[in-house]
Design a protein around this ligand. Sequence first.
Ligand SMILES: [Zn+2]
Length: 415
Amino acid sequence: MALDETTTPDEHPAVALAALRDDARRELPRTAALRHALHRVPERGLDLPLTQGLVLDALADLDLEVSTGRALSSVTAVLRGARPGPAVLLRGDMDALPVTEESGEPFTSQHPGVMHACGHDLHVAGLVGAARLLAARREQIAGSVVLMFQPGEEGEHGARLMLEEGVLDAAGTPVVAAYGVHVMASTLPLGVVASRPGTFMAASDTVRVTVQGRGGHGSKPYLAADPVPVAAEMVLALQTMVTRQFDVFDPVVLTVGRVEAGTKDNIIPDVAHLEATVRTFSAATHAAVPERVARLCEHVAAAHGMRATVEYERGYPVTANDADEVARARRVTHDVLGADAWQDAPAPVPGAEDFSYVLQQVPGAFVFVGATPPGEDFRTAPYNHSPRARFDDEALVAGSAVLAALALDRLAEGS
Ligand SMILES: [Zn+2]
């Protein structure tokens, strides 16, 4: 990065931001040690006492206003700048997955069947790292930074619970922007930051269908009402529906991942069950899908003289980035890490994320950070959620420096 050595940090924000990278690198041994400690004791869901304890210990020397959640073991910490101003929010999710680790890392999980396979250990450690960078710059800060350590991202709506418990009011002044990071064990080269304006990640819903037939002997299906071929017809009709009824540029991804019926080859069961995940990329399509799915399943069943009950469970909404905040993320990434470190994500990602709830309330940006280990090909390395997923510690430098830079840059703008 070319720096103008004749200017002081105050005159040249890029110089001040570039120092964040160097400071984050200097802090890396401590940040990585925290990450390893978290990785050894992964916990699932909304109640993460060991993880919460490690976060509280790591923040203890930083002069923050710390509170913990009631319905979940969250940690909210407010860092006050030297002068008053608005608040920004930085978020790190804390929970792990029901995966038996096969990564071969020396700091592998000590909890059987549980693993930080989505890299949330790096999110926690990176957010603590960002807090250290910001605490060292308190004199430059006009306003507050709310640090949101969140359990229950993996399907438990932890972000929504923290919103309900008032995380946006933690600083006593309105949160004007929110930022979050997700590390990637593959897909991106190490240390590369990527995002896009507008829809960045999908909404994710679950559909459960029960086809009610009438069981009987497999040799005499005409005396029964066989729900199995009806369920099979639904699986195919749902695929036809998503391509015939929805705009190809605002698509629906529907996967029937579970089909269950019967006990034996010659017994027609009473019922058949289907379970599908449904991904959508706009609020309008997200709103339209449930009624279409129900109509199709109910009418396919009716066509065969049977009944279908359709249970549609809303998951996380679309993760929608603010265009100006993505532009800010691009700019600060250039300043902190160099121009090569940023990639415009070409398309939304069909995964889902509950930081979406925060971005429904305040403008902000969610970005990916490449954590593919050196020597691995980011195109083929084991993906997030794999038992073999490995996330390189080096991603902590980019993650913590970019989060701190986003907070500093936004607060410098005022309310
Ligand atoms: Zn994740």
